[in-house]
Ligand binder design. Structure first.
Ligand code: XIL
Length: 996
């Protein structure tokens, strides 16, 4: 009963028009009504229009009260009473008025009209309302009005079809409707209707009672395709350059077990449809309401605009409820800040796309940047989607915009394996492919000749994991190196003045650096017209250290080429999986220091760096919001509201940054304090103190444990026993000039100890000196390393940790046979046990041995696990052994491209994890498994082609045993890593040392 009443009430309220607010008589404002009642005896701004016309206030002409307007003396239809119209451009109004004719006048049509002159156009006359009026009574005139073009002389007037009609006017009310682009749209379906949602194709929309809130939601069935579903026409409800927050709740229909739903926008510009994702399809677990929320900035003039919900695949039914679309008022940009471009000794660039030129984003770009790179608009898919059909609408727009703003433009990119249409490679012989390439390159470079200063001629062609260092793209497979040669030659012919670059990511990683170096050198030696190397520098908050970036720039400096940083950003994540709902502020501070260290490098290397470009001006537009997964990321210098982040201050004025408290673990360990680097230190990497002036350093600590030497020996057999409690510290100082002021000061919990080059425990090294010391224990540590003119510091908190486990793998000239049988080759290889429990309290464990032969590591795991299951679809929930190998023992948070997670199930099924797609390692494992009473044996061979194995080689190494019961994992145990994060993070794996 109650439901029915509510429904009737809701339906009724829908039908009744919203009554205009009571006329207030206040001066005109966007939010309040304006009424003309003439009760004060004045014409309230109304005056005559036309020669001889008179407009006066008299009681005779009053409809209410004692004043109304009498209009007399008219001799033309357009004569009458007029006022400068109280209308603002882009705002809609309703206008009502009452009119009657003076006694004795014949009936006529009285109309309210607006006259205005659009800038650069003809004067227009637009009717607002009209009615037939007599002298017999008051007639209400009512209509609405909106104008959008810049105009002058905007006048509201009242005319009559009879040239001489004398009429009376009273109670004129102008009510602003509000700007439709500022009004929120909500759909709650509580009135039992689809509330203007309509199907995109065959889908059926009905209201139903499976609701997120209230009693009703929309049910969508009968979809004909993944894109078929509910759509809402929002044309006129979004302003160009304006940002909107969109949100909707969705839930799978009954009997649908899983599905992904997303929110998109269909827009037509000049009749051509485009489809833009607001929220990429995301998992909607069965039986749950999931919110899809995102932001959208309308960047185009549109003649069609619609919001819709689609699935990634499939036509399953779903429900939706509580849709909202709300205008997001932009925060003004901070105009008082120093402009980035004035603070750096090179061109300061940003990637940009069309929306970035509008509103506050455009202002931010113009204020801070003197260089730009179109983010997508010059790529092949954007410029030549079909053979010979070139489209430059967006490219031209961006190039024009940048030119008008006096910015240098980087053209990105001519040949790439990604964002390139399939047709390019279809039926392509080498000749055909090179012809297509040549035409494409020539067309683009010629079009923008003299305007685009620098081209990324080829992008991402290096793959350091290939024997020849070249990516196996379709370009390469069909045309070999000739695609690179052709692209450069053609670009050079088309615009000899343009600077031609080869651009790539990970150029700061030593192996990729060398592969690229080799290629560039070869191209140069061949006479290919290559001017420069672009370092993308998509980095993360931890890795790699700024010193590696500097080493790369120095390496290429030897080739005498120009260099540019082309796509800088600093992800707050170190892996491809994690997500934050809100970003911890200390991470943004850490990012500020990271940017400082990077810009210290760029400034030092300014003679070699023509420009530094960040990949987006503000976090809200970063590509890292959707790559490699959809997640909150904040990799740039300005935040979502375009306000300066610590990262900005790291670039402009690091003294404005709050102090940073870093974190470091000090595993238990024993060090002989003599200035010789103990093998114990090599178990972990040195934490970097970035270079300042000419001094830099690496730092480590170990917790000295009290107890017997025997205890120390078992926890750390590489180290010599010792019994003193405290903190062992190591500083590897790079400082090539010996000076009496050179010193290192450790402050632990307020107690300082300073060592110079001549102190005990200090020895010279090839690049400076090494300090070892044993300090009284503590947690708050500051390390300051000084030379005569500069100092670099590390401030942080040290936490004790268990000793890093390590073992050895002996060499065998002949490798074991991979059959799951423990042959004699294994005899003599030390055995370790998995005993670090990360899930459950009991369960399968393994005894593990390792050895090496040639370039290959062999691992034997003898697993105790009486009940075996492969039921789960997830390999890590099956009975299995995971072997973790980090060839450089880099101990990075996150995997670098030769780090691998190799999993072998008890039946010998192999799965591999690593970076993003594990491309660098996935073919490196062979394995066999065999059942034995009470368990199974895994024998694996893992090729390590990125390093040379030898006596003393250290590998990051760990082993994990997954124990399944039915379709679930019920326990997991590792050798060393207690964090449960081995699959994401290599920093807590143990160490394997190769011996002869
Ligand atoms: C990115 C764009 O920013 C995204 O909008 C697009 O969806 C994918 O490409 N390396 C490159 C750039 O060279 O072209 C990429 O740009 C980011 C990685």
């Amino acid at each position: 009963m109650r439901t029915l009443l509510a429904l009737v009430a809701a339906a009724f309220s829908c039908l009744v028009p919203v009554l205009p607010a009571h006329a207030t008589g206040l001066p005109s404002g966007l939010s309040s009504d304006l009424s003309y009642d003439f009760e004060d005896g004045t014409t309230q701004g109304w005056g005559p229009r036309g020669d001889g016309v008179s407009v006066t206030v008299t009681p005779d002409a009053a409809r209410t009260g004692s004043g109304g307007l009498a209009v007399t003396g008219r001799t033309a239809t357009w004569h009458g009473a007029a006022i400068t119209a109280p209308f603002a451009r882009g705002v809609g109004y309703t206008v009502t008025a009452y009119a009657r004719l003076a006694a004795g006048q014949p009936a006529s049509t009285i109309a309210m009209t607006v006259q205005r002159t659009p800038t650069g156009g003809e004067t227009t006359y637009e009717r607002v309302a009209a009615a037939t009026v007599t002298d017999g009574g008051w007639v209400r005139l009512s209509g609405s009005y909106l104008f959008t073009a810049e105009s002058t002389g905007v006048q509201l007037y009242v005319e009559s079809s009879d040239a001489t009609s004398q009429y009376h006017l009273d109670d004129i009310v102008v009510t602003p409707l509000g700007d439709p682009t500022r009004e929120p749209i909500t759909s709650d379906f509580e009135d039992g209707t689809a509330q203007d949602w309509s199907p995109r194709a065959a889908a059926v929309l009905e209201t139903g009672t499976t609701a997120h809130t209230g009693a009703h939601a929309l049910t969508v069935t009968g979809r004909s395709a993944s894109w078929d579903g509910p759509a809402l026409n929002v044309l006129g409800r979004m302003g160009k350059g304006d940002k909107y927050a969109l949100s909707v709740w969705v839930r799978l229909g009954p009997d649908t077990a899983a599905g992904k739903l997303g929110l998109s926008i269909e827009r037509h510009t000049g009749g051509t449809p485009s489809y833009e994702r607001v929220v990429a399809p995301k998992d909607v677990p069965a039986g749950q309401w999931v919110q899809l929320s995102g932001a959208y900035t309308l960047a185009y003039d549109v003649d069609f605009l619609s919001v819709y919900i689609e699935s990634d695949t499939g036509t399953f039914p779903f429900h939706l409820d509580d849709f909202t679309l709300t205008y997001v008022e932009p925060e003004p940009i901070q105009t008082g800040l120093p402009s980035l471009k004035d603070e750096v000794p090179f061109t300061m660039g940003s990637a940009f796309t069309r929306p970035d030129t509008l509103g506050v984003h455009g202002q931010l770009l113009a204020k801070h940047f003197n260089g730009v790179t179109p983010g997508n608009e010059l790529k092949w898919d954007a410029t030549e989607p079909r053979e010979g059909e070139f489209t430059f609408t967006d490219g031209d727009y961006l190039v024009d915009w940048a030119t008008e703003h006096g910015m240098t433009i980087r053209g990105h990119t001519l040949a790439w394996h990604s964002q390139t249409p399939d047709w390019v490679f279809e039926n392509a012989t080498k000749d055909v492919l090179l012809q297509r390439l040549e035409r494409h390159v020539r067309t683009l470079v010629t079009r923008y000749k003299g305007r685009i200063a620098v081209w990324d001629v080829v992008n991402e062609v290096v793959d350091e994991n290939q024997p020849d260092g070249l990516r196996r793209s379709k370009w390469y497979e069909i045309a070999g190196l000739d695609f690179i040669r052709t692209a450069f030659r053609t670009a050079h012919e088309a615009d000899p003045a343009a600077k031609l670059f080869i651009n790539d990511y990970n150029t700061e990683l030593p192996r990729k650096r060398e592969a690229l170096y080799k290629l560039v050198k070869q191209l140069k030696d061949e006479g290919v017209p290559i001017d420069g190397v672009g370092h993308q520098l998509h980095l993360n908050i931890e890795h790699p250290p700024a010193a590696d970036v500097e080493a790369t720039i120095e390496r290429f400096a030897g080739l005498g080429l120009d260099q540019q940083v082309t796509e800088l950003d600093v992800s707050i994540y170190t892996d491809f999986v994690s997500t934050y709902d809100t970003i911890p502020p200390e991470l943004l501070l850490q990012q500020g220091y990271r940017y400082k260290e990077l810009f210290d490098v760029f400034r030092r290397q300014a003679a070699r760096l023509g420009s530094v470009t960040v990949w987006g001006e503000s976090d809200d537009v970063s590509w890292l919001r959707s790559w490699p997964i959809t997640r909150l990321n904040a990799p740039l210098l300005f935040d979502d509201d375009l306000q300066a982040k610590p990262a900005y201050w790291g670039v402009v004025d690091p003294s404005k940054l709050d102090p940073l408290v870093r974190k470091l673990e000090a595993p238990a360990g024993v060090i002989k304090v003599d200035g010789k680097r103990d093998p114990e230190w090599d178990l972990l990497p040195d934490a970097p103190l970035a270079r300042v002036g000419d001094v830099s350093a690496g730092f480590q600590a170990r917790t000295a444990t009290t107890g017997s030497p025997a205890h120390a020996a078992t926890t750390s057999s590489l180290a010599r026993p010792g019994t003193t409690s405290g903190l062992y510290v190591l500083a590897e100082v790079t400082d090539r000039t010996v000076n009496k002021d050179d010193r290192v000061t450790f402050t632990v919990d307020g107690r300082s100890r300073t060592l110079t080059r001549t102190s005990p425990g200090v020895r010279p090294t090839a690049t400076g000196y090494r300090v070892e010391a044993l300090l009284a224990g503590g947690t708050d540590v500051q390390l300051t390393v000084r030379d005569r003119t500069a100092e670099t510091t590390w401030t942080g908190r040290i936490t004790p940790a268990p000793a890093v486990k390590h073992t050895t793998a002996p060499h065998r000239p002949t490798p074991p046979v991979l059959d799951g049988a423990v042959d004699r080759t294994w005899t003599g290889a030390p055995e370790v046990r998995t005993a670090t429990r990360i899930q459950g309290t009991t369960g399968a464990t393994a005894r593990v041995r390792a050895l090496w032969s040639g370039p290959t590591l062999y691992v034997l795991a003898q697993v105790t696990d009486p009940t075996l299951s492969e039921q789960s679809a997830n390999p890590w929930e099956q009975d299995s052994v995971e072997i973790f190998v980090d060839p450089g023992n880099g101990k990075t948070k996150g995997y670098t491209d030769d780090d691998g997670q190799y999993r072998v199930s008890f039946t010998g099924r192999i799965t591999v994890g690593g970076t993003f797609d594990a491309a660098g390692v996935k073919d490196h494992i062979r394995a066999a498994a065999a059942p034995v009473p009470g368990g199974y044996v895994v024998e694996a061979a893992i090729d390590l082609p990125t390093i040379t194995l030898g006596e003393g080689t250290l590998l990051g190494f760990d082993v994990q045993v997954n124990d399944a019961t039915g379709a679930a994992r019920t326990s997991a145990v590792t050798w060393n890593d207690a964090t449960s994060r081995s699959y994401l993070d290599t920093s807590h794996w143990g160490v394997l040392r190769l011996t002869r």
